[in-house]
Ligand binder design. Structure first.
Ligand code: AHM
Ligand code: MG
Length: 322
């Protein structure tokens, strides 16, 4: 079975970019171990303990953020990082070629119930025209991402990664500690009969979204003429992973739940990396109006509506009017 690094080399990924990916994955293995330890993680600790200052019994998401931050900021190839858990950009090594954004532990409500959670990350080229610690480092559209991926901490620890080519799936081999290629190319079928949405937000959606979901729920006697199934994990990594593995459409659409916020998910840490993975697996990713990857970010923690997955179904969403 092929290992990660030879696969990246065969894909002609630049050496320094491979080093950054390796660095993120070193942290992911530590997080995977911590997650598997659950409530014991802060008490028992493990090999990277000396890197984490005074971390005893911190919540897993704070711990994961600290691990990623420490390890990335000590990398010679990282100029700046942005994290869902940090207010501001943190500068790394001046003149280093790359910047990294991450959601250290997505699906936080699943932490306490032993459910699926994951680390989402994305890598861009650093900008030379703005300071290392400027939020403008990350004012780049998703199309500029050089690599994007997530590590899903489930029954197995899985890595889903694209470096511009296909979206590939790796499995962490706990016996030797490395990621092995277990699916060469993930592919999302254009048609589906499965959707993922938080139905409890229905009253906050616009009329078009309500009409679309009503059509799915209407089943074989409705306008779509087929029966749809629904799944909701409460963790985007888990829900999008299911879409990548067996098809479907994932939606966190525009809503009016929180004044001033168009929806829940963040462009930089969640929407963009997932959109790149989905598109490179043959799917589509939109806000409803725009392609997610074309959005020019206006704020580090900007939120956007997210509709992604099976290409024809995403088109159906866009074209359905109340
Ligand atoms: P988080 O970053 O605090 O975990 O929030 C993001 C998560 C996504 O993983 C998931 O799709 C969504 O929030 C679930 O939202 P809801 O609470 O509406 O089910
Ligand atoms: Mg998140």
């Amino acid at each position: 079975m092929k290992r990660l690094i030879p696969t990246l080399r065969a894909d002609n990924v630049p050496l320094e970019l491979i080093m950054v990916i390796r660095t993120i994955l070193a942290a992911s293995k530590e997080i995977s171990f911590r997650v598997s330890q659950g409530a014991l993680s802060g008490i028992l600790g493990s090999s990277l303990d000396e890197n984490i200052q005074g971390e005893t019994q911190k919540k897993l998401d704070i711990l994961s953020n600290q691990l990623l931050k420490d390890i990335l900021l000590s990398s010679p190839d990282v100029r700046a990082i942005a994290s869902e858990e940090e207010d501001d950009v943190v500068a790394g090594i001046e003149d280093a070629p790359y910047i990294v954004a991450f959601d250290p532990l997505d699906g936080s409500s699943n932490i306490d119930i032993n459910g699926q959670i994951g680390t989402i990350f994305t890598i861009y080229a650093a900008r030379d025209d703005v300071p290392a610690d400027s939020p403008l480092q990350f004012a780049q559209p998703g199309t500029a991402q050089l690599a994007a991926g997530y590590v899903l901490y489930g029954p197995s620890t899985l890595l889903v990664l694209t470096t511009g080519g296909p979206t590939r799936l790796y499995t962490l081999d706990q016996t030797h500690g490395g990621y092995l290629l277990t699916q060469d190319e993930m592919e999302i079928e254009p048609d589906t009969a499965e959707f993922a949405i938080n139905m409890s937000n229905q009253r906050f959606w616009n009329q078009d979204t309500q009409a679309y979901i009503n059509q799915l729920i209407a089943g074989e006697t409705g306008p779509r003429g087929k029966r749809f199934n629904m799944r909701w994990n409460g963790a985007m990594v888990g829900d999008v992973h299911r879409v990548l593995q067996r098809g479907g459409i994932f939606l966190y659409p525009s809503d009016t739940k929180n004044p001033g916020q168009p929806s829940k998910l963040r462009l930089l840490y969640e929407a963009n990396p997932m959109a790149m993975l989905v598109e490179n697996a043959g799917g589509k990713a939109v806000t409803g109006e725009d392609r997610i990857l074309d959005i020019m970010p206006s704020d580090l923690h900007q939120r956007v509506p997210v509709i992604m997955g099976a290409a024809n179904e995403v088109d159906e969403f866009v074209n359905t009017k109340a």
